[in-house]
Design a protein around this ligand. Structure first.
Ligand code: 5AD
Ligand code: SF4
Length: 476
């Protein structure tokens, strides 16, 4: 066991489909996405760029002229999954020698042209900041040459590209607000694969939220590696020492949240990911002030021990983290909180592992994403520390963390019983066609009889029963 989550994630490894373009060029694209929500959101940009050029999408890679896989590099396991997938594409290349295979995203950026040596079937390698060049890269590959563009940018935010919504339920959508990351956590490959942090023009973000609302969407999730460090001062890299004038005219994350919340009271606003060292009370007050900003914060802790946090270069201690939790509880009393935890980081002792468990007991998270430490090339940890916690110990510690989280999630879910929840309907329940499902403000899944309700409706559901992570009830 290397990773585990007690929460839903975007579907992985499923063909992403786009409506047939009006200017079809007769070529078919098979597109799939691995990794985080940010990657999925990037795939929507890629789909938009290629739809403009007339590409149709297909669910069957044997039928494709071009296969694009948007990859993740966060843990070794994520990379292995991509390599297995490439092996499957080999069968398609056998029946169609003209097939073009392209790797996009974080693993492409990490390996660069080495990818071409390691995986002979790959024709195109493209990093996350170079998607505008995809049409030209395809043209090069069509002449039988290999094509690589892994340039990272200080400006690119794709702000002017309207994403094509993929695999959408027509109700919830992602909006990217920042790209890259300046944090340099010791374990993390992201600063190397996604480059320096850039914020996107708030006007384009509000415009996108507005367009989505007008198309019938009722929930947007603002995405960034560290949303709290969002700062718009007119474009490009974040200013190290902004002048007073620049700060006066700047837009902070709290201000951005408010702008998006004001698009319409019936548009729910979520955001991910928050960073404990940067999350201000301003943000918390903004959440408390607006009914339509959901009471849910994903606040990765990574470890409950201050020595390990220091080695991880997280920029906070256990005490600081717990004080942020206290602020959340005070300012937004019914806020759900989730975490990411990495277990078995370099030199982590049994006692330090116990500190993580005790912190979990203190916070009692609603959900969690939990991982065994996986050493990544070039990171600070790889260069400075030894990955010395044996795999079986990592697995055992992870299992303990997951068990505790399952217990806490179940307790939190139970607390919702007997209460009325405002639910935004997202679709038909997986278990029964007669039931619909949606989420409450705290992001907990709620299931109820369908009657005449439909996706996009808001309903008030009285929770009567529950499973570990789902409330079941009836509309009142
Ligand atoms: N090993 C294990 N987990 C990692 N994460 C990031 N890098 C690593 C790594 N090298 C986890 C962190 C982060 C989440 C997105 O993935 O918990 O918050
Ligand atoms: Fe997303 Fe990080 Fe994976 Fe890149 S490496 S896809 S940013 S989770």
């Amino acid at each position: 066991m290397n990773e585990s989550k007690v929460i839903d994630e975007t579907k992985q490894g499923e063909a992403l489909m786009v409506e047939k373009p009006e200017n079809s060029n007769g070529k078919k694209l098979f597109l799939e996405s691995y990794g985080c929500a940010m990657n999925f959101s990037d795939s929507e940009i890629v789909a938009s760029i290629l739809k403009d050029k007339g590409f149709e999408t297909t669910k069957d890679f044997f039928e494709a002229d071009v296969i694009f896989v948007n990859t993740c590099a966060i843990r070794e396991g994520a990379e292995q999954r991509v390599r297995q997938r490439l092996n499957e594409y080999k069968k398609a290349k056998k029946t169609n020698p003209d097939l073009i295979v392209g790797v996009l995203g974080c693993m492409a950026e990490r390996l660069k042209s080495k990818f071409l040596e390691e995986e002979k079937l790959v024709d195109i390698v493209v990093g996350p900041d170079a998607y505008r060049s995809l049409p030209e890269l395809i043209e090069i590959a069509e002449t039988g040459q290999k094509a690589v563009n892994v340039l990272l940018s200080k400006e690119e935010t794709y702000a002017d590209i309207a994403p094509v919504r993929l695999g959408s339920n027509g109700v919830t959508a992602f909006i990217s607000i920042t790209r890259g990351c300046d944090n340099m956590c010791a374990f993390c490959v992201v600063p190397f694969t996604r480059g320096r942090e850039r914020s996107r023009d708030p006007e384009t973000i509000v415009q996108e939220a507005n367009d989505l609302f007008n198309q019938g969407y009722r929930e947007v999730t603002l995405l960034g590696q560290n949303v709290d460090s969002y700062l718009w001062t007119g474009g490009g890299l974040k200013k190290e020492n902004p002048t007073e004038d620049e700060l006066k005219n700047a837009t902070t994350f709290a201000q951005l949240l408010e702008k998006v919340a004001l698009v319409n009271p019936n548009l729910r606003v979520r955001f991910s990911t928050s960073h404990p060292k940067d999350m201000t009370d301003d943000v918390l007050y903004t959440i408390a002030k607006h009914e339509n900003i959901c009471n849910y914060i994903h606040l990765p802790v990574q470890s409950g021990n201050s020595r390990i946090l220091e080695m991880m270069n997280r920029g906070y201690t256990r005490e600081w983290y717990l004080s942020r939790i206290e602020s959340i509880r005070k300012i937004i009393p019914d806020c759900a909180i989730s975490m990411d935890i990495i277990t078995g980081f370099c030199s982590e002792t049994e006692e330090e592992h116990q500190d993580t468990l005790s912190l979990m007991e203190q916070v009692k998270y609603d959900f969690g994403y939990m991982f065994a430490y996986s050493e990544r090339p070039k990171t600070l940890a790889e260069r400075k520390y030894k990955d010395d916690v044996p795999a079986d110990i990592k697995s055992r510690r992870l299992a303990e963390i997951v068990d505790l989280q399952l217990k806490h999630s179940a307790e939190r879910t139970k607390q919702g019983l007997g209460k009325v929840h405002r639910v935004l309907v997202e679709g038909v329940s997986k278990k029964s066609k007669e039931q619909l499902f949606g989420r409450n403000s705290q992001s907990l899944v709620v299931v109820f009889p369908k009657e005449n309700y439909k996706p996009g409706d808001y309903v008030n559901v009285l929770a009567e029963e529950c499973t570990g992570a789902t409330l079941i009830g009836k509309v009142v």
